[in-house]
Design a binder for this molecule. Structure first.
Ligand code: OAD
Ligand code: ZN
Length: 366
C-alpha cells in the first residue's frame, strides 16, 4: 500500500510528490518484524487495522568498541572514509569527545516518549507500562483510537481525559531534558525534533525556535468546525473541570493542536529539509521509531554523520540498516545520559542547571 512507499523515500522526499505532509503513520515493518501491520494511514484517511497488537523487537546490543581517534583532524577526518571495518566503530566516549572538542557542533536530536518515562509519564508501546496497554479506563475500542479524528468527533472525552493527565505542571523535566538544554546553552543544538506532547522540552528552558514539536502541542488549539485558533490557556479550565471545550464563536469542539493520525504535521516539520543535511551529529533518544514520517528522519542525515541511539532497545534502522558510524547505548536513558554527561565533563554544570531550574519550578508551584 502507499504507506510503504513513503518510508523508503529520501530526506527531501519524506513528503509526497505533491508536497502534502502526511500525518503520522506506523512505520513499515523492518526485515526483522515482517508480521507487523500498519494500524493507521496517512493523509488519504485510509486505515488498515492491525490484526494483532503491535509487536516488539528483541533488544540487542551493538555498543561500538573504543578506538583511538585523532580529534585534531576535525570532523571531516572522523567522518571521512565511511568505511565499514569493525575497528572504525565509534563508541560513546568517541561521541563525547567529538562534542567536547566541538568537532560536532550542529547536533540534531530526535526524541520520543522514552525520555519522559523517568518524569513519570508512560510511553506508548512498552508492553505492560505503555499507554497503549493501559487504556481500559478510557473506554475506547482500540488504543490508537485516542488519536484518531473519526473517533474524536463522536467521542472526544477519552482524549480530553488523557489531556487532563498531561496538564502542564503535572510533570517535570528530567536529566535528559536538561542535558538537551545544556547542549543548547553551549550553542551545540541545531534543532530538537520531538514527538512528545508533554511540553517538557519547553519547560526545561529550550526556546521554541530550537524545537520542532512534530506531533503538536497543547500550547494552542483549533476549533474543529470554524478553524478559529486559540491559546492553550483558553481550554485548560474546561479540560481540568472534565468539560469538552467548545468554540465561543460556533460551539464546535476545540481540539488542542496535537497531531492525530492522518493529520498533517506542523509547518515547522519542514525544517528537516535544511536541518538534517546540515547536521554533524544525530542523537536519537527514547523512541521506538515506529511512527512515520518522523521515523524516517533517522536516515536523513548524511551517511558519514555519526548517529547515537540511546534507548532501552534497538530500534528502526539501527536494527535493519545500521551504518558504520552508528553508536548504540542500550538501557535506561537517565543512566546513559549521566554517563555521557560525565564523559563530556559537564557533570557540575548539569547539577547547577538542574538545581537552578528546579528552584524556578518550585517557586512557580507555590
Ligand atoms: P514509544 O512508546 O513507541 O517508544 C518509546 C521507546 O522508548 C521504546 O523503545 C522504549 O523501550 C523506550 N523507553 C521507554 N522508557 C525508557 C527509559 N527509561 N530509558 C530508555 N528507553 C526507554 O513512543 P514514541 O516512539 O514516542 O503519537 O511513539 C511515537 C508516537 O506514537 C507518539 O508521538 C504518539 C504515538 O502514537 C502521537 O501522539 C500522535
Ligand atoms: Zn468554531
Amino acid at each position: 500500500m502507499a504507506l510503504w512507499g513513503r518510508r523508503s523515500l529520501g530526506a527531501l522526499r519524506l513528503w509526497g510528490p505533491g508536497g502534502e505532509r502526511p500525518g503520522p503513520v506506523r512505520a513499515p515493518q523492518s526485515p526483522q518484524s515482517r508480521v507487523w501491520r500498519p494500524v493507521c494511514a496517512g493523509a488519504d484517511g485510509v486505515r488498515a487495522r492491525a490484526a494483532t497488537e503491535p509487536r516488539w523487537r528483541e533488544p540487542g546490543s551493538v555498543i561500538g568498541g573504543r578506538r583511538a581517534i585523532s580529534l585534531s583532524v576535525g570532523a571531516s577526518g572522523i567522518f571521512g572514509s565511511g568505511g565499514n571495518s569493525e575497528k572504525e566503530k565509534l563508541s560513546l566516549q568517541d561521541i563525547a569527545e567529538l562534542i567536547r572538542v566541538r568537532a560536532c557542533q550542529k547536533v540534531v536530536v530526535m526524541v520520543g516518549a522514552g525520555i519522559s518515562t523517568p518524569s513519570g509519564i508512560p510511553d506508548f508501546r512498552s508492553p505492560g507500562s505503555g499507554l497503549y496497554s493501559n487504556l481500559q479506563q478510557y473506554n475506547i475500542p482500540y488504543p490508537e483510537a485516542i488519536f484518531e479524528l473519526d473517533f474524536f468527533s463522536h467521542n472526544p472525552k477519552p482524549f480530553f481525559t488523557l489531556a487532563k493527565e498531561l496538564y502542564p505542571g503535572n510533570y517535570r523535566p528530567n536529566a535528559t531534558h536538561y542535558f538537551l538544554r545544556l547542549l543548547h546553552d553551549k550553542g551545540l543544538l541545531l534543532r530538537l525534533y520531538t514527538q512528545n506532547i508533554d511540553g517538557l522540552e519547553r519547560v526545561s528552558g529550550i526556546p521554541t525556535s530550537k524545537l520542532v514539536e512534530a506531533h503538536g502541542t497543547f500550547a494552542s488549539a483549533t476549533c474543529t468546525v470554524c478553524r478559529r485558533s486559540c491559546p492553550g490557556e483558553d481550554f485548560w479550565a474546561d479540560v481540568m473541570a472534565d468539560r469538552v471545550p467548545c468554540c465561543p464563536v460556533c460551539t464546535g469542539i476545540v481540539k488542542p493542536d496535537i497531531v492525530f493520525f492522518g493529520e498533517p504535521l506542523p509547518q515547522r516539520f519542514l525544517l528537516h529539509v535544511v536541518d538534517f543535511p546540515m547536521a554533524d551529529l544525530l542523537l536519537i533518544l527514547g523512541t521506538s521509531l515506529e511512527v512515520e514520517p518522523f521515523a524516517s528522519l533517522s536516515e536523513a542525515v548524511r551517511s558519514t554523520v555519526p548517529r547515537l541511539l540511546i534507548n532501552r532497545d534497538l530500534v528502526g534502522p539501527f536494527t535493519w540498516r545500521p551504518r558504520s558510524r552508528d553508536v548504540t547505548q542500550l538501557g535506561d536513558v537517565i543512566h546513559s545520559i549521566e554517563r555521557l554527561v560525565e564523559l563530556l565533563g559537564w557533570t557540575e554544570e548539569m547539577q547547577d542547571l538542574v538545581q537552578r531550574e528546579t528552584g524556578k519550578l518550585d517557586r512557580q508551584d507555590r
